[in-house]
Design a protein around this ligand. Structure first.
Ligand code: ZN
Length: 167
């Protein structure tokens, strides 16, 4: 087992044990990559080396952000609900994103790929003034950027779609 078990911040005298709050949670496999293709992150509090979701924790009396796993984030913040909820949401997003390109996109009469999902009309189409680049549209709103490939535009579209879905 890892020799790092006792190197976590829990055992350091100047590190507060309570009163932390979470400033963000990051999934280190946001595209749903298989486990063996990515490394895990390490919880800085306890030294657990197999963290997929990194909870970024702040404390008014500690001068840097600490990256923690779910169990430690719960203890640090005293919040035993939201850390798990946030992980569940990110997990769902990653698996949906992994399936996104494989979905059955329909083809419009103009030849553009589109999907109608969750009440939104999502379209990917060639950029008008930048040959070889791609854009997307969510309902009436056009993407601000252009993308190097069809798939890249679809993945950027997914991010926009997901943001709207969770508003
Ligand atoms: Zn931990």
């Amino acid at each position: 087992m890892p020799a790092t078990t006792n190197t976590g911040l829990w055992s350091q005298a100047d590190v507060p044990h309570r009163g932390w709050h979470c400033v963000g949670v990051e999934d280190i496999r946001p595209d749903g990559q298989p486990e063996d293709e990515t490394e895990y992150a390490t919880c800085q509090m306890c030294g657990n080396e197999r963290i997929r979701f990194v909870h970024m924790m702040e404390h008014p009396e500690f001068d840097r952000v600490v990256e923690a796993g779910c169990v430690c984030a719960e203890k640090m913040s005293g919040d035993y609900v939201n850390p798990r909820l946030q992980e569940g949401r990110l997990r769902k997003k990653a698996s949906r994103k992994a399936r996104w390109l494989r979905r059955k996109w329909r083809t419009s009469h103009k030849g553009n790929h589109y999907l109608n999902v969750d009440g939104m009309n999502l379209v990917v189409f060639p950029a008008k003034f930048k040959p070889g680049r791609w854009c997307f549209r969510v309902d009436g709103d056009f993407s601000r950027s252009t993308y190097a490939s069809h798939d890249e535009a679809k993945l950027a579209l997914f991010e926009e779609f997901w943001e709207r879905l969770s508003d």
